[in-house]
Design a protein around this ligand. Structure first.
Ligand SMILES: Nc1ncnc2c1ncn2[C@@H]1O[C@H](COP(=O)(O)OP(=O)(O)OP(=O)(O)O)[C@@H](O)[C@H]1O
Ligand SMILES: [Mg+2]
Length: 270
């Protein structure tokens, strides 16, 4: 089976999209066939970050086909953008560009798209929204669309949740609160914790401070740190390429390559 990786983090733009794009591209560089899905129902960001001209919202289109029960792996391939890597290919299902299209991403449809993709790809990396609220409290209609259905469905089925925290004080505080909610919802999930935007040079308390806070207050003792590196990401945005192709030698890129090694799905050897 494919490995489904959900990339989640609290509100405050900790770097979910950046992590999703670069984990997916590093897996592709390792020779995996990878599908990157933008399932953030608060607005798609992957297509613009990769310089893809996109009006189609491939993920929403796949969801529509899934509803009618006709979705095939070939459809997913056709609806996705192909991004060439140095050593492989990354397929991208882009997200909704207008946030009011979220009702198209229902739980059942999303589940079916994931199941179909699982047959065709080694790894599926999904950028999900921050919001973990279920809407049951505010609607009595059992069948009403749910604002966060896509996020919650992906998290529920994920083989591993990559949780992204921003290394600043507010980012860590937000992360700890939201992480508790996530654990309540999905206590059994495997998780990998990433602390992003770590300032190493300037901040005397630096990386160890954020990691230490997570260890002491959230019981998270193993975290992966990613440095703040605007230069590398500017190169990525300017070229519309992931870091593996735009800032190959940067420390940030090397950290992503290390995380991909850890997350790399095992292939079944016949
Ligand atoms: N390690 C980093 N170093 C420097 N800048 C970073 C780093 N990671 C992310 N950023 C920047 O932070 C901003 C937010 O990143 P990103 O869009 O990945 O976050 P997000 O969690 O997906 O946000 P959103 O809530 O908008 O979905 C972007 O401008 C991105 O370039
Ligand atoms: Mg995002």
């Amino acid at each position: 089976m494919s490995k489904l990786l959900a990339v989640w983090g609290p509100t405050g733009a900790p770097g979910r999209t950046t992590v999703a794009i670069n984990v997916a591209s590093e897996l592709a560089e390792l020779g995996q066939s990878v599908l990157l899905i933008d399932a953030d129902s608060y607005g798609g960001a992957i297509a613009p970050a990769l310089g893809l001209i996109d009006d189609a919202a491939g993920f929403a289109a796949a969801c529509r086909l899934a509803e009618s029960g006709t979705l095939t792996a070939g459809d997913i391939e056709n609806l996705s953008h192909s991004v060439s890597m140095s050593a492989g290919m990354l397929n991208v299902l882009s997200g909704i560009t207008r946030t009011d299209r979220w009702p198209e991403l229902t739980a059942e449809r999303v589940k079916n798209v994931l199941a179909c993709a699982a047959e065709a790809y080694d790894a599926i990396v999904v950028d999900v929204g921050f919001n973990l609220e279920t809407d049951e409290e505010i609607t009595s209609d059992l069948f009403a669309p749910r604002r966060n259905a896509a996020t919650l469905t992906v998290l529920k089925h994920a083989d591993c949740i990559v949780e992204v925290a921003s290394a600043d004080a507010l980012g860590i505080a937000r992360f700890i609160r939201a992480h508790d909610v996530l654990v309540d919802l999905y206590p059994q999930s495997l998780r990998l914790i990433v602390v992003n935007k770590v300032r190493t040079g300037l901040d005397p308390r630096g990386s160890s401070h954020a990691a230490e806070t997570l260890s002491r207050f959230a019981g998270l003792h193993e975290v992966y740190e990613l440095p703040l590196d605007e230069k590398a990401l500017n190169a990525s945005y300017a070229s519309g390429k992931p870091l593996s192709m735009s800032a190959h030698t940067s420390k940030l890129r090397k950290k992503f390559a290390g995380i991909a090694q850890v997350l790399q799905p095992q292939r079944n050897v016949a």
